[in-house]
Each structure stands twice: as C-alpha cells, then as structure tokens.
Write a protein that binds this ligand. Structure first.
Ligand code: IMP
Length: 188
C-alpha cells in the first residue's frame, strides 16, 4: 500500500484500518446522486424508506435529506452476524416496523450487501406485507460474494470482498462514526 492510500485514514483509528475504500467526499457526492435519482423516480408516489439498523443509520440520515419529496421513514433492526465478520445465514428480527406497508411504495435502505442472505430474508418478509412496490437502495455491494441472486435498484458503490468499516458499518460496534469507508485490518 502506498503512503498516499493512508493519508486520509483518521489517526485515532489508523492502527486497525487499512486502505481508504470510499473517501468521505466520494460518499457524500454519491449519496446526493442517489437522492436525486430517487427524487426523480418517486416524484409521483413518494416512498416509505425502511432503514435496516444499525448499519444503515448514517446512510439513511444523509440519503433522506438528499430526497426532495414528502417521504416517510421507519426502521427495522436485524441481526445476522453476531460478533463475527462472516454471515451466519441466520437472520433475526430485533426490531420490527411501526408503519403498515399496505399500499405503500417501500424502499429498503441497506448499508451493504455481502452474501445477500439478509436482503433475501427482508424481501420475503416485507413482500408478504403487501406493499405496492418494494425496491432496495444499498450503499455498498460486495462483488462476487452473493449466495442468492439480487436485484438492487440503487447501488452506491461496488467494492471488493474485504471487510470494511465506517459510515455506519462496524466491527463489534466500533468505527460506525468514521466519515468514510475503510478496510478493517485489526482483529475482529
Ligand atoms: P449479508 O447477509 O451477508 O449480505 O450481510 C449483510 C449484513 O452484514 C450487512 O447489513 C452488515 O450489517 C453486515 N456486513 C456485511 N459485510 C460487512 C462489512 O464488510 N463490514 C461491516 N458489516 C458487514
């Protein structure tokens, strides 16, 4: 890795971070683009955004303000990883939605799609609640890792299959508060 790759790694976390995967400026720019695209696509039927906690926390907060429509927001919390860095394939709902999905245009806001098992589960679960439409906006998509075919309407960035942290993504609850997205090279 060149020293330039590490120039923008925050000093307080540098001992556990590798390269910059997406810089804070690039995240910001892409979120605004996604917001503009969603604004255009949903102008006649404003969406209900469903954020998947906790990873989508930061993305949701920025994305919803980049969409210029009178939208609604709700959250679910699911747990699929526990403390490890590989999917167990078992998804558990920790917090369910408060809003009824009947006759709503639902846009699921996800932090990252890795194996795709979490999204697969959520699609079936939310689909059974009879929304008018169900689409997904994922900030990150790990190339070549999916165990189930995924159709994702909006994707922020396609990244290599490395474990990353920052901008809401954690390892054992740490590093969610980084502004950019970084390779994690510490011990999980
Ligand atoms: P999947 O079910 O394998 O697609 O995993 C989805 C969930 O695992 C995401 O919503 C994240 O919470 C978590 N996850 C997957 N890859 C990473 C990563 O590189 N860093 C942090 N969390 C991740």
């Amino acid at each position: 890795m060149s020293s330039a790759d590490r120039d923008n790694v925050p000093a307080w976390a540098a001992h556990e971070l590798g390269k910059v995967i997406v810089s804070p400026a690039d995240v910001h720019r892409r979120v605004l683009e996604l917001g503009a695209e969603i604004t255009q696509d949903y102008r006649d039927h404003p969406p209900l955004l469903v954020g998947v906690l906790k990873g989508a926390l930061t993305f949701m907060s920025d994305l919803m303000r980049a969409i210029e429509l009178p939208l609604d927001v709700d959250f679910m919390a699911v747990s699929s990883y526990g403390a490890a860095t590989k999917s167990s394939g078992v998804v558990r709902i920790v917090k369910d939605l408060d809003i009824d999905l009947t006759n709503r245009h639902v846009l699921v806001v996800e932090d990252i799609v890795d194996s795709g098992l979490t999204l697969n589960y959520l699609r079936k679960y939310l689909g059974s609640r009879k929304p008018l439409s169900l689409e997904v906006c994922a900030l990150l998509f790990k190339e070549g890792e999916q165990r189930v075919e995924q159709t994702i309407r909006y994707t922020g960035f396609r990244i290599a299959p490395e474990f990353v942290v920052g901008y809401g993504l954690d390892v054992n609850e740490r590093y969610r508060n980084l502004d950019g997205i970084y390779e994690f090279v510490g011990k999980p």
